[in-house]
Design a protein around this ligand. Structure first.
Ligand code: SAJ
Length: 420
């Protein structure tokens, strides 16, 4: 009796979102195919190296050894799939949504599509993408139709890189379908992975849910960033007021002022929403415009503060030694995409300063070439700029090796420490 063949799950994109999903589908017993067009990433994965912290290299090796996790960089090598999940980037290009990764993945899936298959989009995008972009491409290329022949749904990712408490397995998953049968298929898939599902009535509601979540954070981070700037002038310790406000058990959620907003979500996703609103209504989404302006301005504020503390670069004098502490876009991640620290470094270098940096989570591959890399706090620095405070950093040694410290994360106390 032939063993019942487990279904094939094709995960398009093996990054922060796709790899945890591949792992969970593998643990649930599916045949998993991880597809990524980044040849270096596929090569690393095939050698058992994980590109992200949330999945260990041991877990990758375990999956490979089972024979139920295959890696591909070329769709042509694939036969077909039962369930495909698209977890590709949705960047901005010239300030507008760039759906080219979604379109390219969808066209390739259209060529592999068979009757009874399910396609799920997870990438963050504006309301209408699944029904107006993904479905038409799949139907056109496959000559099949939904829901007669196959199923399509949308389920936004909620992966918070580096978050040990909330993971794919224990975070409720919004699920939606183009139609009732598709919704059932999407719900059944994630339920089979052991995830709690939260069905919504349509893919547009699900697409909007994700953008609401990220825009909510973007706007509230901008609120505390602007308040932090004014509080300094008002002689108020905003950090204490935020801590105090957070004691309110309802009606408040605390956010921290910082050096700016990085990552490939918050600097991008809200602009997908404001673009869609402007395209459809001709109106501008004022909250997002304002939040972008404030959050994008924070790296400039930090740069000006550093320059005021070390004084202008005088070519005839030895350069001040400036140490940037933490280059990733947020604490406890290795990701440098849209990182405020890199923007601050670029602006300081533009002012003629020589820069040293320390961040032991960031790979050599991602290290910016205009910043000298230190692996620990050695020697004497005129100023240490705490930009991304990773947990477990040796703040005592930092304080001892820096004449001054500009701490944008309210991590260190001391005589030689200044805030924004
Ligand atoms: N930040 C502040 N103050 C805060 C919170 C964050 O300045 O109080 C800054 C961070 O330092 C960082 C930026 O905002 O630079 C964004 O951080 P975030 O934790 O708010 O959100 P992200 O960008 O890490 O969001 C990630 C995304 N997932 C992936 O990158 C795979 C996003 O799609 C998820 O929705 C999000 O996690 C999540 O759900 O937590």
């Amino acid at each position: 009796m032939r063993e019942k063949k487990s279904k094939v799950v094709l995960v398009v994109g093996q990054g922060y979102v796709g790899l945890p999903l591949s792992r969970l589908a593998w643990e649930a017993g599916f045949e998993v195919v991880g597809l990524d067009t980044n040849l270096a990433k596929i090569a690393d994965l095939k050698s058992g190296l994980s590109p992200i912290q949330d999945i260990s290299s041991e877990e990758i090796s375990e999956m490979l050894a089972s024979g139920r996790y295959l890696l591909e960089s070329d769709y042509a090598a694939l036969k077909t799939f039962d369930i495909a999940v698209i977890t590709v980037p949705t960047p901005l290009r010239d300030g507008k949504p760039d759906l080219s990764f979604i379109e390219s993945a969808t066209e390739s899936l259209g060529r592999l599509l068979k009757r009874g298959a399910l396609v799920i989009l997870e990438s963050t995008t504006y309301p209408g993408t699944t029904d107006q972009v993904v479905v038409p491409i799949l139907e056109r290329i496959s000559n099949l139709s939904v829901p007669a022949d196959f199923r399509v749904g949308y389920s936004p990712e909620r992966i918070d890189p580096g978050n040990k408490n909330w993971t794919l397995a224990n975070t409720p998953k919004i699920v939606s379908g183009i139609d009732e049968l598709s919704l059932e298929a999407v719900s059944a898939f994630y339920t089979a992975l052991g995830i709690t599902v939260v069905p919504v009535s349509g893919t547009r509601e699900a697409e909007m849910t994700k953008l609401l979540e990220n825009t909510f954070r973007h706007v509230n981070i901008a609120l505390v960033n602007e308040l932090a700037i004014f509080s300094t002038m008002l002689g108020v310790d905003i950090w204490e007021s935020i801590r105090a406000a957070a004691t309110k058990p309802f009606g408040f959620m605390s956010f921290s002022p910082g050096p700016g907003v990085g990552g490939h979500c918050l600097p991008v996703d809200p602009s997908y929403l404001s673009w869609a609103i402007e395209e459809t209504t001709g109106e501008s989404f004022k909250f997002v415009e304002l939040a972008n302006a404030i959050n994008n301005h924070m790296p400039f504020i930090v740069t000006e503060k550093v320059a005021s503390l070390v004084g202008p670069r005088v070519p005839s004098l030895p350069p001040p030694s400036i140490l940037l502490v933490g280059l990733a876009y947020k604490p406890n991640t290795s990701d440098v995409r849209e990182s405020p620290a890199i923007r601050i470094g670029e602006m300081l270098a533009g002012k003629g300063y020589d820069l040293i940096g320390i961040d032991n989570l960031v790979s050599d591959h991602d290290w910016p070439d205009f910043i000298v890399r230190h692996r620990n706090f050695v020697g004497k620095y005129d100023i240490g700029v705490v930009i991304t405070p990773h947990s477990g950093s040796d703040w005592v040694t930092l304080q001892r090796t820096c004449k001054r410290i500009l701490d944008t994360g309210n991590i260190i106390q001391g005589e030689n420490v200044v805030r924004l």
